[in-house]
Write a protein that binds this ligand. Structure first.
Ligand code: FES
Length: 513
């Protein structure tokens, strides 16, 4: 039951990201006192850290709080492509938001790319920085048609893309758009240096500090730890925690959905000839090179699906393994991992003041897998808003926007989807008994006649939890690839013992044993 199939034996038993395995990050204490700062930032991924870095450079007293350890979430599990080529996006943006906004989207991300390049140079960061060309490629006639429309959008927006019918690596394809002058890096080596700079400038970082979603008063804001013991008071408050830690009346749970995607790091038989690739066709395929122990590896990614709604999660890794093997040859897979991204209904991130009324409170979320550049867009935009400076991209990314087309349709579909998950999760028939579970496997089971979540660890101990998500009551599903309980509604994730790994849920699943 839920054990990997024989073909997957080459995959590592447990997920671990290459970035996290190859970087020694500093650790920070829990918040155990009351503090007052100019800017409080909740969430220490790339967005929180970049924002804290820019603000502390500008003389602000900053504190960063994270519910777990720094850089353990999406940033620690990215493919780290720094590019303005976000799959197919520009034709869609022209259709839905118009040419002027589509152009702003490109320029905001291009400035972010230049800013990161400059920062790496300025701080002389050793982070495997590598200029690369980005490619989006079509395998079928149908997707080649979409690619042509995208190329026309490039021409309209003066994006310097090139139409290609051959690629440097042996991918089956009809056509591709090449975008020169992009880059890749080791994200955690880069961010480690920004963290050091924040500390040097007097900034504070606190780990293992979950904060309550209830905010006291207006400005100054008081953020309280979940146990109610300690407080952070600040004039400006930034939510960089994926799902905003406090909704602030923005109804983000109905305007964002979570997607999981997967990566295997594969040693290729033939050297990888460079470039960063993403397919138009589904299931998505993404490729870029990296290094591990002085050897080249290729990060083969894709297989994205809504959180909690995928096929057997191990199967996703196997599909990537087979694809990578076919294209490059497989000399071994030292790492496999997965990640979770939030997507907005119009595919444009929410960055800026959380609602039109909540002065001084900001949010950055919904980067739809393109967080390397959009995190820098967010850090610059929020800094400008805190400083009272104009930023040309404020209206495009405004979290208060409501673009009727296609938001309305998606809004209805998205909420119908959540309602379906609430209903089907509750009434699904459960046949498995906890006694039937093999070691290191999990499942929804029948326990004392009721639905429960069960995982039997490698020592044979059984861990039972209530499968009702503590966010808004959907039923969580077992993810055997990661050994977690994932919620299909808004993407909360829990360990096998029920502890929160990723919000918006703040409370653990109820333990039944
Ligand atoms: Fe919202 Fe589970 S994450 S109900």
């Amino acid at each position: 039951m839920n054990t990997p199939s024989p073909s997957s034996q080459a995959l590592p038993q447990y997920p671990e990201s290459l970035w996290r395995a190859s970087t020694k990050l500093p650790t920070f204490p829990q918040l155990t006192e009351d503090i007052t700062v100019d800017v409080g930032i909740v969430g220490a991924g790339i967005t929180g850290i970049t924002t804290a870095y820019i603000l502390s450079k500008e003389g602000y007293k900053v504190a960063l709080l994270d519910a777990g350890s720094i850089l353990q979430g999406t940033t620690g599990h990215t493919t780290a492509k720094i590019t303005t080529q976000h799959g197919l996006i520009y034709d869609q943006l022209i259709q839905t938001l118009g040419e002027a906004q589509a152009s702003k989207y490109y320029h905001a991300n291009n400035e972010a790319l230049q800013w990161i390049t400059q920062t790496v140079k300025e701080l002389q960061i050793s982070c495997e920085w590598q200029p690369e060309d980005a490619y989006v490629y079509a395998e079928s006639e149908q997707s080649a048609g979409k690619l042509q429309k995208e190329f026309k959008a490039y021409e309209k927006l003066a994006i310097p893309g090139l139409w290609k019918e051959h690629l440097p690596i042996p991918l089956q394809m009809k056509a591709a758009i090449q975008l020169p002058g992009q880059a890749q890096f080791h994200p955690l080596e880069y961010l480690k240096t920004l963290v050091e700079a924040i500390i040097k400038a007097g900034g504070k970082i606190y780990e293992h500090t979950t904060v309550s979603n209830k905010l006291e008063g207006d400005r100054p804001f008081t953020v309280t730890t979940l146990d109610g013991e300690h407080h952070m008071t600040c004039q400006h408050l930034v939510s960089a925690s994926h799902f905003p830690f406090s909704d602030g009346g923005g109804f983000f749970f109905s305007r964002l959905y979570a997607e999981r995607s997967y990566v295997v790091a594969m040693k290729p038989e033939t050297p990888f000839a460079g470039g960063m690739y993403i397919s138009v066709d589904e299931p998505t395929r993404s490729l870029r090179s990296a290094s591990w122990n002085g050897e080249q590896v290729v990060l083969v990614g894709g297989e994205s699906h809504k959180t909690g709604q995928g096929i057997c999660t191990y199967q996703h890794y196997e599909n990537l393994e087979q694809f990578g093997e076919k294209v490059l040859g497989n000399k071994g897979i030292p790492f496999r991992w997965s990640t979770q991204d939030l997507v907005t209904l119009d595919k444009v991130p929410f960055i800026g003041q959380i609602t039109s009324k909540a002065e001084g409170m900001y949010v950055a979320t919904g980067f739809a897998k393109w967080g390397m550049t959009t995190s820098a867009v967010a850090a610059k935009l929020i800094t400008d808003q805190i400083q009272g400076r104009d930023n040309p991209y404020s209206d495009l990314f405004s979290p208060s926007r409501f673009n009727a087309n296609p938001d309305v349709k998606n809004f209805v579909v998205q909420n119908a989807n959540v309602a379906k998950e609430l209903i089907t999760g509750k009434v699904g028939i459960v046949y498995t008994q906890a006694d039937e579970l093999e070691k290191d496997s999990g499942s929804v089971v029948k326990h004392h006649g009721k639905r429960a979540g069960a995982y039997r660890d490698p020592d044979g101990n059984l861990h039972l939890v209530d499968t009702t998500c503590t966010h808004m009551g959907c039923e969580v599903e077992w993810n055997e690839g990661e050994r977690t309980w994932d919620c299909p509604c808004h993407g909360s994730r829990f360990g096998y013992d029920g502890d929160v790994i990723e919000g918006p849920a703040q409370k653990p699943l109820t333990k039944l044993s």
